[in-house]
Design a binder for this molecule. Structure first.
Ligand SMILES: Cc1cc2nc3c(=O)[nH]c(=O)nc-3n(C[C@H](O)[C@H](O)[C@H](O)COP(=O)(O)O)c2cc1C
Length: 320
């Protein structure tokens, strides 16, 4: 039994605690240790447990780190399963084809019962932040747009990678009291701003790159700051709804939900209510989430794609 800062550990609890601390560089270790030990103390007190074992240490750590640490926990909890589900898909085509590809449609608010008051052919504009045409994000967006059209919407899809879109230059001219344009940077965003203003619903689909949204989407959303005018007045009035689609390689459908949450929060800062969200996972391995024809493997999972269709249909129904 070992004691660390007045907490008693079982040998396996201590071993896993040391392993966990080893993943951070020294500059982060102290603060991570403080956070984990505080959480551990709270869990032990609430459960009247005197000694921290491996399970409790992992539980406490999971409360203080984002879900994107999942691969690490899966590795230390069950190395065989980790190898079968993740590592083997990079070297063995059979394992690649058998890996779980899943779409999770988030629990959504019930569709409004009232009669539709919005335009007969509402406009839905989708933004694809993946540079891969016919990749998984792209196909999920297409399916969602199909659902929108069945409900009478006019749809358009824009590939962020293809448009001329510069970075926000931080000039803050958009916040000046008499600023006329949304943004002074002269590029395709001028047309895109108008499309957003004219739309009743927005779809944003993006792949996870290095644990967060692909840079195309970060750049795009920085440019949305132009909608925020002098004294926090917004150029966008409430009334638009959105769908957010996140896709990633790791084969668990909640690993990067916090990234989707952050996109939903940014949209809500712009007075857009996200009513549909999809997490889609399993797009990695030896063919990098594509099939032999270089198309997203999601094409082989019609039941998963149907969820995007249903969400698209519901998105249009949710337009106020
Ligand atoms: C540069 C890069 C970084 C990536 N980082 C991650 C990652 O951190 N976690 C993960 O699960 N998948 C990661 N992936 C895999 C992509 O998220 C996954 O293949 C994605 O669903 C591709 O979408 P697409 O088919 O629409 O292009 C990464 C892919 C690339 C190209």
């Amino acid at each position: 039994m070992k004691e660390i800062h007045n907490i008693q550990f079982t040998p396996d609890g201590q071993a896993v605690f040391e392993k966990i601390m080893g993943i951070w560089p020294p500059i982060l270790q102290q603060r991570k240790q403080d956070q984990i030990l505080t959480m551990l103390r709270m869990l032990m007190a609430s459960r009247r447990v005197k000694v921290a074992d491996q399970t409790l240490v992992i539980e406490a750590t999971r409360y203080v780190v984002p879900k994107s640490y999942d691969p690490f926990f899966h590795m230390i909890q069950d190395m065989k399963k980790f190898k079968r589900r993740i590592l083997d898909t990079f070297s063995d085509i059979k394992a690649y084809n058998a890996r779980p590809v899943r779409v999770h449609r988030w629990k959504h608010p019930p569709a409004p019962k009232k009669k539709r008051t919005c335009a007969t052919n509402p406009r839905v504009v989708a933004f694809c932040a993946s540079p891969r045409k016919h990749g998984n994000t792209d196909m999920l967006i297409d399916k969602a747009l199909e659902g929108c059209r069945v409900h009478g919407a006019q749809t358009e899809k824009i590939y962020l990678h293809d448009i001329d879109m510069g970075f926000c230059i931080g000039c803050r001219r958009c916040k000046e009291p008499k600023a006329e344009q949304i943004c002074v940077v002269k590029d395709d965003m001028q047309k895109v701003y108008q499309k957003i203003i004219d739309a009743q619903a927005i779809i944003i689909g993006f792949p996870i790159y290095t644990g967060r949204e692909a840079a195309q989407l970060s750049t795009f959303l920085d440019r949305w700051d132009g909608f925020e005018r002098y004294m926090f007045k917004s150029a966008l009035q409430p009334g638009r709804v959105a769908m957010v689609i996140g896709t990633w390689g790791y084969p668990y459908p909640d690993t990067y939900d916090h990234v989707i949450e952050s996109i939903i929060t940014i949209l809500s800062l712009h007075k857009i209510e996200t009513v549909e969200a999809l997490s889609a996972c399993g797009f990695e391995g030896m063919l990098h989430g594509l099939d032999e024809n270089h198309r997203g493997v999601i094409a082989h999972y019609p039941r998963e794609l149907q969820k995007a269709f249903d969400a698209g249909y519901a998105l249009v129904r949710a337009i106020p």
